[in-house]
Write a protein that binds this ligand. Structure first.
Ligand SMILES: Nc1ncnc2c1ncn2[C@@H]1O[C@H](COP(=O)(O)OP(=O)(O)O)[C@@H](O)[C@H]1O
Ligand SMILES: [Mg+2]
Length: 310
């Protein structure tokens, strides 16, 4: 994870009548891929709208790229692209026409070649770009939204629940684009979701929220460090037995079994496990194919973090 901070909330409180949507919220947004995670009603959309200068904090302040999100919202928005939770398109336009219009409204000049490149990245270039948005599937609309958020080469792209209305295949398609865009366009992301495991593979910084408050912030491993629950890993390694024998003697290993060609290991200290595993594999003269964290355990961490605060 890059350590460069590109945004920060400083004790932000936002009330809507009697509802405390953000409650003294402090967090940092880093260059890279940031996951904003919390159950429905946690305040994710409010935090996003506030960072775009659409909402004024009652107390505290937020800044992106050194500019105050409320007072200098135009400067902030010139560096940010956004995909809102509720997508609104001009359904009678084609995907191509929509992007052209949005570029114009955003006041950026984008060449036809660039627009076509954007449509290509989200796989809407072959025919689809010429059809009315009204006939697009949910997945296509979401990918068009992502392309729209990328207009004008923003430094940060904010995606509010980009996968919540999609089937698993289309979810995966959206999520696959994130590391690609991170690399090729050098763009950072702030992605909100109510499902933590979904963001596991794409984010390098996690912000866990509940009831307008920050629960935890850090890397995936740091999410686990503060949790008392044990985490299960499935390791594909060859030869599997030699690694199993070495792992058995490690004090942080709570349970271990060999199933088919894989090692199923339950550990209580993820950081230590990740440090030791390569050494043990080397010692065993084995070769590693894959290490997978079992997702349901990540969901458990999330639930326990949220429940602890309830
Ligand atoms: N414009 C608004 N008026 C009144 N209440 C709001 C408004 N926007 C959000 N809220 C309330 O603030 C809380 C946080 O909402 P939201 O930011 O949408 O959460 P999330 O995006 O995490 O689901 C909820 O209780 C919601 O009902
Ligand atoms: Mg929301």
């Amino acid at each position: 994870m890059s350590c460069e901070v590109i945004g920060e909330f400083k004790s932000v409180t936002k009330r809507f009548g009697a509802t405390m949507a953000l409650d003294s919220l402090s967090l940092k947004i880093y260059r890279g891929v940031n996951g904003l995670v919390g159950p429905n009603g946690a305040g994710k959309t409010t935090a996003i709208r506030l960072s775009l200068g659409l909402i004024k904090p009652n107390v505290g302040s937020a800044e992106l790229f050194g500019s105050d999100c409320w007072r200098n919202s135009l400067v902030v928005r010139s560096k940010v692209g956004v995909l809102y939770e509720k997508l609104a398109f001009y359904d009678h336009l084609s995907g191509f026409e929509q992007l052209k219009l949005m570029a114009k409204l955003k006041g950026v000049s984008v060449s036809l070649v660039e627009l076509k490149e954007l449509l290509g990245i989200v796989e809407l270039d072959t025919g689809a770009h010429d059809r009315r948005i009204g006939v697009y599937s949910a997945g296509m609309r979401q990918r068009l939204g992502l392309a729209q958020a990328l207009i004008g080469n923003p430094e940060l792209v904010i995606l509010d629940e980009p996968t919540s209305n999609l089937d698993p295949l289309n979810r995966a398609k959206i999520l696959e684009l994130i590391p690609l865009l991170r690399k090729e366009k050098n763009v950072s992301f702030l992605i909100s979701s109510h499902i933590l495991p979904e963001l596991e593979k794409v984010c390098d910084n996690f912000i866990l929220m509940n009831k307008g408050k920050l629960l935890r912030q850090g890397t995936l491993e740091q999410m686990f460090d503060k949790s008392s629950s044990s985490i299960k890993f499935v390791i594909k390694v060859q030869p599997v037995e030699s690694v199993a024998i070495l792992l058995k003697n490690e004090e942080y290993v709570e349970d271990l079994s060999v199933i088919d060609d894989s090692l199923h290991v339950v550990v209580k200290d993820v950081t230590l496990f990740k440090q030791r595993l390569p050494l043990l594999i080397g010692q065993a003269g084995a070769s590693l194919d894959e290490v997978k964290m079992i997702e349901s355990d990540l969901e458990a961490v999330f639930k326990s973090a949220v429940e602890k605060e309830a």
